[in-house]
Design a protein around this ligand. Structure first.
Ligand code: FES
Length: 107
């Protein structure tokens, strides 16, 4: 059974390795990323300005923003390339069977 605060947002079979999708968690837009078979969750909205990273590109662990080309580590949320200079929030992920459950980041 899922821990408190975790809600089901998608299924593992929906996101193949190297793919990402956007979901909503507690009114926040969250980006689910499959890096080498592991699911990670970070903010979908870029920390630089307003753009959805789910419309950008994923290369390995790097997510590139479609608006100005800034990029982030998809696992840690840490910026890699400018103009992105502020980290994205990282959400907690649990996998139960084929279900992906996400909890908001601890503030
Ligand atoms: S909005 Fe993402 S790099 Fe500018």
């Amino acid at each position: 059974m899922a821990d408190a605060g975790f809600i089901k947002v998608a299924q593992v079979s929906e996101i193949r390795p190297g793919e990402m999708i956007a979901v909503e968690v507690a009114d926040e837009q969250v980006l689910l990323v499959n890096v080498d078979g592991n699911i990670h969750a970070i903010d979908d909205i870029c920390s630089h300005a307003y753009a959805t990273l789910s419309e950008g590109d994923l290369r390995g662990e790097e997510v590139e923003c479609p608006l100005h080309g800034g990029s982030f580590n998809a696992i840690t949320g840490v910026p890699i390339n400018p103009p992105a200079n502020e980290s994205l929030r990282v959400y907690q992920v649990q996998i139960e069977g084929d279900d992906i459950l996400v909890a908001p980041p601890a503030v």
